[in-house]
Design a protein around this ligand. Sequence first.
Ligand SMILES: [Mn+2]
Length: 329
Amino acid sequence: MSLPRVVQAIRRHRRFLVAAHVNPEADALGSALGLAGLLRKLGKRVQILNDGGTPESLRFLPGSDRVAATLPGPTDAEVAITVDVPVFARVGASAKWLKQAGQLISIDHHVSHDRFGDINWVDPAAAATGQMIYRLFRAFRIAPSKDDALCLYAALVIDTGSFKYRNTTPEVHRIAADLLERARISPLVVSQQLYETHHLRGLRTLGVVLRRLQATPDGRVAWVEVPRRLVRQAGPEILDELVNYPRAIKTAEVAFAMREHGPRNVRISLRSKGRVDVDRIARAFGGGGHLAASGCTIRGSLSSARRALLAEIRTHLPSVPSHGRPARR
Ligand SMILES: [Mn+2]
């Protein structure tokens, strides 16, 4: 448990650089913004840096307009903190500046975290990195502002699948309730910003893509494959949620979505209903994540990636299917 070490490092220093990962989602960016809010309330100087800046879809997060994509020169930050980053390479081009700081702290909840920081506060039991940032506010006895609360609430919503996944504990609901009160915002507004942002063209492409849903004859593994042409047509908002469709098939124990981003570049999202550890499956291909949600990239064609993945998944499936049994909690 490295929370006390993180608290101590924050107390001892004045200038901070905070970064998430490339293509951040609401947990990564919301955690970075929430953490920056806390540091500023403690009288620290903070710069938020993220390779690629703020994606269009997360502009509703207050403070996201101040996220820098690059810095004009070397940083004078004493401490760099990454949030929601399991392996250092995921920070992309921010690496150059993060390395210039005297100390690197990593705050994350991925079980696949590879302990790249000088201080690693990693809690795979946390539903979101945002939940850990909330704990950090508590540790300093500082209340999240209205804006901090919205950022941390969005982080919880996205990483719990809107409070549906196994990581949604009573504690998560209590924190969410506190954040909602402080953010003075309707959950409806947040869910509209996070989920109801599709374009007609993207949704129609989803229709085309879903016609390609596939499953093994026993139904225990289900997936969808998106060739490059449709990747471009569908757009990232559609593709990021795609794996939820094969996952929603009743008999599916493992689901995956494959998107062809280039020749021999297939990005895979993996989901499990809890019996199979998909972090281990992703790791077999150099990726990782959480027990029930992970990802990796396979260098090969769609069909060779599918064959390799199905073979690997087979070795992790329990011999008895869970058909007909209610899912474990
Ligand atoms: Mn996360």
